[in-house]
Design a protein around this ligand. Structure first.
Ligand code: HEC
Ligand code: HEC
Length: 86
């Protein structure tokens, strides 16, 4: 929710929660989840916006067009457990 859904406003959040939820439901039950899960271009923008949303003051001086995960590939968010990005 915090990382992969848009969190700018409530309506947008819930619209994408429904779309992504339906996608998960259909693909999972149809056994069509690929072994190699790749993020879409849209998903990438959402994740980037969420990095910036939570770390706004830290990144205010840097170029926010650059992908955060290019450098922070193995982020360990302690509160959410170990997350290893690709
Ligand atoms: C929901 C808010 C939230 C989001 C979204 C988020 N962070 Fe964080 N981040 C935190 C908090 C809180 C901490 C400090 C506590 C912790 O590590 O869990 C942190 C810690 C960090 C750290 C320092 C700790 C470490 O393990 O190196 C880095 C670097 C970081 N985040 C990068 C990112 C990047 C890159 C993204 C996007 C892929 C991101 N964060 C998304 C809240 C967030
Ligand atoms: C060119 C590589 C690079 C990019 C791109 C980059 N960072 Fe960083 N970031 C670093 C380095 C190097 C540090 C300092 C060393 C460390 O803590 O990992 C750092 C530190 C941080 C910290 C503080 C970590 C701490 O321990 O307090 C946060 C939070 C963070 N970056 C978030 C982001 C976010 C969000 C983005 C995307 C907007 C981003 N970074 C893009 C290289 C990068």
């Amino acid at each position: 929710m915090d990382c992969h859904l848009p969190n700018e406003n409530m309506p947008e959040h819930y619209v994408w929660k429904s779309i992504d939820g339906m996608k998960d439901l259909v693909l999972f039950n149809a056994g069509r989840v690929p072994d190699d899960i790749r993020i879409t271009e849209h998903g990438r923008k959402i994740v980037q916006a969420n990095c910036i949303r939570c770390h706004e003051s830290t990144v205010e001086m840097i170029n926010q067009e650059r992908s955060c995960t290019d450098c922070h590939r193995r982020i360990m968010h302690k509160r959410s457990g170990g997350i290893e990005t690709q």
